[in-house]
Ligand binder design. Sequence first.
Ligand SMILES: [Zn+2]
Length: 159
Amino acid sequence: MRCPFCGYPDQKVLDSRPGIDGETIRRRRECTRCNRRFTTHERPERARLFVVKRDGSRQEFQRDKTLHSMLIACRKRRVAIEDLRDAVDSIERELYQEFEEELSSSVIGDKVMEALRDIDTVAYVRFASVYREFETLADFQEVLDSFKGRKRKVTARAS
Ligand SMILES: [Zn+2]
């Protein structure tokens, strides 16, 4: 950090305290060359992931949006919101492990489909139909066929 008055890169920190919002650290500094004082507000850097959509636009990844799209798919289904939150948690974790800066929106779509497949079949087909832009009955049939011979994953629950 450089002194805003003379540009010298070294200061003494006179005082550190949490900022008003509680998320920043406010530091009172004194330049070791010109002795003038100034204040900095430091904020921890959070990893940010950007989602590149089909049209090429970018948006910061927001877990709420993912949860929202799952909720829409699960409308009127007996699905526990807890299960959806857990699914979004693991999707989010995977994304931050697998990507550093940006990823294609299709990655999220695929992970949501995978999660819904284990949670609720109807929700899964609903989501798939929108996400994959189903146009014909054959598209639905293809997804339904994918269930044949597939064993439902049983998740053990700690109680
Ligand atoms: Zn200075």
